[in-house]
Design a protein around this ligand. Structure first.
Ligand code: G4P
Length: 189
């Protein structure tokens, strides 16, 4: 997605050889107009799939999941990384380890929001090691539902996530794919 590449070139900050900061438009301040275009692009790329619901994970996946859902006219469910004040026991749950943050989160979604008949599109902002995306796919499997695709805004192709997702047989669409960060520059695939 050319517009997204231009945005990353203009505003992304390479922190080291594996981390890209995009908090001016995706991870803290949100460029609403860009989110709309991202939603349209995901909808176009998954046009061949039957989708009944979008599943993402809090917090940065929510904006792009929402704009995609508006185009596809389906609901969005987001998995939680923290327990809510009102505890529920009726949860699908899996542990997701973050190599970036060096912590494990129990990721949950209330059972009533995923049905056996659902055809789920998983959407997230970054694909690094694939833990979050594959964790969400596990929640879908626990429900007996089907993951029909995984849509990622920024894939860091030099990390193992994309290969793991492809090896698991999922239809993966990444809007931009990053080959490497060299000398503070982003090299796209
Ligand atoms: P993985 O899910 O693909 O295995 O990735 P990993 O555990 O390494 O990433 C954990 C968190 O760090 C995720 O956000 C992910 O989106 C984010 N992340 C990974 N690589 C980058 C990067 O290069 N730049 C930025 N900005 N974020 C990255 P999170 O903890 O779920 O945070 P949030 O969604 O609440 O913002």
């Amino acid at each position: 997605m050319e517009l997204l590449k231009q945005k990353i070139k203009a505003e992304g900050r390479v922190l080291n050889n594996s981390l890209l900061k995009v908090d001016s438009f995706l991870n803290q301040q949100i460029d609403a107009e860009l989110m709309v275009k991202i939603g349209e692009e995901f909808a176009r790329r998954f046009a061949g799939e039957t989708i009944t619901k979008i599943l993402t994970i809090e917090s940065s996946g929510i904006a792009v999941a929402l704009t995609t859902a508006i185009v596809l006219k389906v609901p969005v469910v987001f998995a939680r990384k923290r327990k809510t004040a009102i505890e529920s026991t009726d949860l699908y749950s899996t542990n997701v380890y973050s190599f970036t943050k060096k912590e494990t989160n129990e990721v949950t979604v209330a059972k009533r929001f995923l049905a056996e008949t659902d055809k789920i599109l998983i959407i997230d902002d970054f694909l690094a090691n694939g833990e979050a995306a594959l964790g969400l796919a596990k929640l879908v499997a626990q429900a007996g539902a089907e993951t029909v695709g995984i849509g990622i805004v920024i894939e860091k192709s030099f990390q193992p996530g994309a290969e793991k997702v492809a090896a698991a047989g999922y239809h993966l669409e990444s809007l931009v794919r990053i080959k490497s960060f060299t000398n503070g520059q982003v090299d796209f695939l």
